[in-house]
Design a protein around this ligand. Structure first.
Ligand SMILES: NC(=O)c1ccc[n+]([C@@H]2O[C@H](COP(=O)([O-])OP(=O)(O)OC[C@H]3O[C@@H](n4cnc5c(N)ncnc54)[C@H](OP(=O)(O)O)[C@@H]3O)[C@@H](O)[C@H]2O)c1
Length: 250
């Protein structure tokens, strides 16, 4: 489904990003695996993709740093000549009992990664796509927290809402150049992030709120990302899919 396409995936060494990278490799994309600290894992994903017969490189970048983002995009163009797909997957989670338990330092750290980082990557790739004049697809990983905010996840939900709005505005303004922007909003999904924020008790309570009665597998999120990244969604832009077992039905 992605033959001839070059895809940058942020945070591709772990969790959802890792499964997206492997699925893209399986679908014959050339994959640029960004990592910040998970170098070993990113290299393992690279090897797996190469075994599938697709090309992959790893690039270290802290997406909250503009120069790192610039280098990530420039390295991609130098290596592969173009960028067709961007997956804004990297993100920081933050859940406390209430918003009053969140420090200003935590607030700023989260916003620089989730909002600034997504903004930097989106604008840099958009600029490159506009130059190429061959269209493109940008997909950002949001969260079901936008549809179901609570005081404790308010800062996280706010950052993801900002990402959604950025995607919709870019979709509105760059569609005429064949550039599509869409959003995948996972519910609780079995990755490090969930393990960090869900106690056994919370896990049991939340599972009862999910119509499918289980947490998601990151492979299931990756399938929705592939839909938006590929021509399967060629007439879809500015839209969101919840991959949450139905938790946001009500
Ligand atoms: N799991 C869930 O239940 C869930 C639900 C809704 C939304 N999400 C979203 O899904 C996305 C992926 O999270 P995940 O669940 O797969 O958890 P994860 O395994 O903890 O992945 C987070 C990824 O973000 C990367 N990252 C964080 N800060 C970064 C930075 N400054 N620069 C570059 N990369 C950075 C990490 O890279 P390194 O490891 O290399 O540092 C890591 O690969 C996030 O945006 C998250 O908000 C997750």
């Amino acid at each position: 489904m992605l033959t001839g396409k070059v895809a940058i995936i942020t945070g591709a060494g772990t969790g959802i990003g890792k499964e997206v990278a492997k699925l893209f490799g399986k679908n014959h994309a050339s994959v640029v695996l960004n990592y910040r600290s998970s170098e070993k894992q990113a290299n393992e994903v690279k090897e797996e993709i190469e075994k599938m017969g697709s090309k992959a490189i790893t690039v270290k970048a802290d997406i909250s740093n503009y120069d790192d983002c610039k280098n990530l995009v420039q390295t991609t163009v130098k290596e592969f000549g173009h960028v067709d797909i961007l997956i804004n997957n990297s993100g920081m989670g933050l859940t406390r009992d209430t918003i009053l338990d969140i420090t200003n330092e935590e607030y700023h750290r989260l916003m620089t990664i989730n909002v600034d980082g997504t903004y930097y990557m989106t604008t840099l790739v958009l600029e490159q796509m506009e130059k190429q004049k061959t269209g493109g697809s940008i997909v950002s990983i949001s969260s079901s927290a936008v549809a179901q905010p609570s005081s404790g996840n308010g800062v996280y939900a706010m950052s993801k809402a900002a990402i959604e709005l950025l995607m919709r505005s870019v979709a509105q303004n760059h569609g005429e150049h064949g550039i599509r922007c869409n959003i995948v909003a996972p519910g609780p999904t079995e990755t490090n992030m969930v393990n960090e924020y869900f106690s056994e008790e919370k896990r049991k309570r939340v599972t009862k709120e999910i119509p499918l009665r289980r947490f998601g597998d990151p492979k299931e999120t990756a399938q929705a990302v592939l839909f938006f990244a590929s021509d399967m969604s060629s007439y879809v832009t500015g839209q969101k899919i919840h991959v949450d077992g139905g938790r946001t039905i009500r």
